[in-house]
Design a protein around this ligand. Structure first.
Ligand code: ADP
Length: 280
């Protein structure tokens, strides 16, 4: 079953910018999907459609096989199912303390004080930010802010979590902590959609990748299917994962027998290299 679907979406901003053109995007329940594209491609614009912050100029958004309804009730319903973590945590965190921030969503859902406290506690624990309850969010590091923003969404127990560039601006350790957390949430059953231009991390976690360029989805498939099309990747201002690029150079410049599909991760490259060395 597709848990969320964008069907033939066009979106034009009020100033006339055509940000999305005939975008079709489908996600099956329980999957982890990456939307890969350079800056300005339309990733944030598409994501803002997933919980009704933006309404398509034409086309429709379907959640759990129901077309999104843009009245107050419909929007409330979709926002409980689809939680969006914005790119910049400063757009999301505004309460004086971490725990008040995480409590904001559940309180708005009309849950009891007791239930809210439990959810805040569980969400902060899950993202590894327990112990920070009384800290002002603006005293946290970038990675910590992101984790608190994720906790705020988790506390609402959405079925689908949408994260706009969750690793941007983080140091390598912070980025890998976020990816591990998302991976774990996904293993526990949450459907996760991530936008990124980090091509090195994507093959480690994504079940499927969509590539967006200039407001259009130009490619979709598994990491191998997508990165095999080197021309499309490069012409849309993206690049191969470093590991794949190395294999391409070894093949083209040193004539080593590393043909497509290139390994995309260190693990895959290791297997391929050991295999090559043993057969030599
Ligand atoms: P991405 O998230 O991939 O970087 P965006 O969705 O932010 O891309 O932007 C897609 C296009 O829409 C870009 O051309 C951008 O300049 C334009 N855009 C984004 N937000 C607005 C806005 N509020 N008004 C007008 N144009 C916008």
């Amino acid at each position: 079953m597709n848990i969320i679907e964008a069907k033939a979406i066009h979106y034009k901003y009020p100033d006339g910018t055509e940000a999305l053109q005939n975008v079709n995007f489908k996600v099956k329940k329980g999957k982890m999907i990456a939307l890969l594209g350079p800056n300005g491609a339309g990733k944030s614009t598409l994501f803002l459609h997933f919980n009704g912050i933006l309404k398509p100029s034409s086309g429709e958004v379907i959640v759990n096989e129901e077309s999104l309804n843009y009245n107050k009730e419909g929007l409330m319903k979709v926002r409980q199912k689809v939680g969006i973590v914005f790119q910049n945590p400063d757009d999301q965190l505004f309460a004086p303390t971490v725990s008040e921030d995480v409590a904001f969503g559940p309180l708005n859902m009309g849950l009891s004080q007791n239930e809210v406290e439990n959810r805040v506690h569980d969400a902060l624990k899950k993202v590894g930010m327990d112990g920070f309850e009384d800290k002002p969010p603006h005293h946290l590091s970038g990675g910590q802010k992101k984790r608190v923003a994720i906790a705020g969404i988790l506390a609402m127990k959405p079925e689908i979590m949408v994260l706009d560039e969750p690793t941007s601006g983080l140091d390598p350790k912070g980025a890998s902590q976020i990816i591990k957390l998302l991976y774990q949430l996904n293993k526990e059953g949450m459907t996760i959609i991530v936008s990124t231009h980090d091509v090195d991390l994507v093959p480690l976690y994504a079940d499927q990748i969509y590539i967006i360029s200039k407001g259009e989805i130009i490619k979709k498939g598994t990491s191998h299917e997508v990165f095999e099309d080197v021309e499309t990747i490069r012409s849309s201002n993206l690049r191969l994962p470093r590991i794949a690029h190395l294999m391409e150079i070894l093949k083209k410049e040193n004539n080593l027998p590393f043909s497509q599909p290139y390994p995309l991760t260190i693990g895959e490259a290791r297997t391929r290299l050991i295999d090559y060395l043993e057969k030599r």
